[in-house]
Design a binder for this molecule. Sequence first.
Ligand SMILES: [Zn+2]
Length: 258
Amino acid sequence: MRKHLRLLALSPMLAVAGLAGAAMLAPAAPAHSQSLGDIMGSAKKVLQAATVSDQQIVAYFGQMSDQMDQQNPLAPASNAYAVRLAKLTRGLDRYDGLTLDIRAYLVDEVNAFAMGDGTVRVYSGLMDAMTDDEVRCVIGHEIGHVKLEHGQKRLKRALQQDAALSIAGTASGDVRQLANSQLGGLLQNVMHAQHSQSAETASDDYALTFMAANGYNQQGCPSAMDKLAALGGGGGIALLQTHPNPAARAKRMRKQIG
Ligand SMILES: [Zn+2]
């Protein structure tokens, strides 16, 4: 099993161009307009991506995690957001095989993400909008994407679409580091896109289990959805650009909680 993989949560929801990544994943051209060389090249890329090692995947996600921390201001330990986040996740050092590193970004966006190495980042804008249990539910949902390996599937798809990444991913033996330009493209592909409805539903279910397992109030989940729905009127909410209708998700979760 791939317990130690650093997988990116699937629902990374950067506010920018939410659908750009999805568009980039679409086939570039219909087959009839491709030369034989193009088709052979595509087939080769798919083959290479299929053989990318778990070790290489770990390295890519580690690089993306570091890149995100370089691009966004982490709240220092004494900052009010850091203090609150540490308090509301106290005792949550490990969950479902992951050692968690939960920290806040001082970024005014309603956003959060998790990586398979246990990196969890919650944006200060989300913390302003949500109660402790609502924040916990979002964290559980993001961990769900990681543990259900949605991010790994997205990464492999991205590798299939990019020759440079495919080649980098097939270095046998030692792990290759990506150039910054390549990393930018990968982040674009992996982070700025929506997950499938079924993946989101599975992560919502995971979040409800996460809440119960840690003694948190499960009502924080539908309540978080209500908040998102209310915020949605103004537009520009990162979590809404990458996620399905929050009202429908709230209704479904309330039924599950009973
Ligand atoms: Zn999600």
